[in-house]
Design a protein around this ligand. Sequence first.
Ligand code: IYR
Length: 224
Amino acid sequence: MLGDMPKGFVPYRPDRVVVEESRRRLEADFEVADQRRTARHFSTDPVPIDLIETAIRIAGTAPSGAHKQPWHFCVIGDPATKAAVRERCEAEEKNFYEKRAPQEWLDALAPLGTDFVKAHITDAPWLVVVFRRDYDMLPDGTKSKNYYMTESVGIAVGFLIQALHRAGLATLTHTPAPMTFLREVCGRPVNEKPFVLIPVGYPAADCLVPDLERKRVEEIMSFK
Ligand code: IYR
């Protein structure tokens, strides 16, 4: 049998899980996932870097177009760098809230209570800057195409956020616009584009979150 295996392939035989056990695991996973909230107020308590590293290893298991793994995760912990990032983000956000944002957008954000002050950027012990790699650079200087980069990175970020949540850590998906400056801050090459900035840490002791409701499964699922 093994002799018939096409070159470059290996067997995939995860343990078969009986349906009752799958049901039990999924219900338990839902209870955990349903506890996750986006935090905007972080404790300055430290978080060991190995927790972040393992969560990034989990993110790196995401499926990707042609298995190109078009992502990079830059972790910022240095207080001076975090302060510089906060200053740039707040300048952009001030402009957004006071000039650029249409009233309809401001109205949609009102229940979240957000504004241009981004204390979480300096309070959270770590900032994970996720980059989308639009193409790979081969050693001879030629470009090698990547595929479905946005979808792939989006899935990886989902894995990252859920892994951190399950480890008891809070996250905030932050997309200041424009955020190209993060490429220089992180010293990343031109083939990478900042995708999202994620402060990671413990929620502040007095952290409040909006009292939001999730859509019921009947609203987000249909059968055909
Ligand atoms: N980027 C701004 C505004 C903002 C936009 C959306 I859509 C949100 O879900 C939350 C905030 C900010 O970070 O404040």
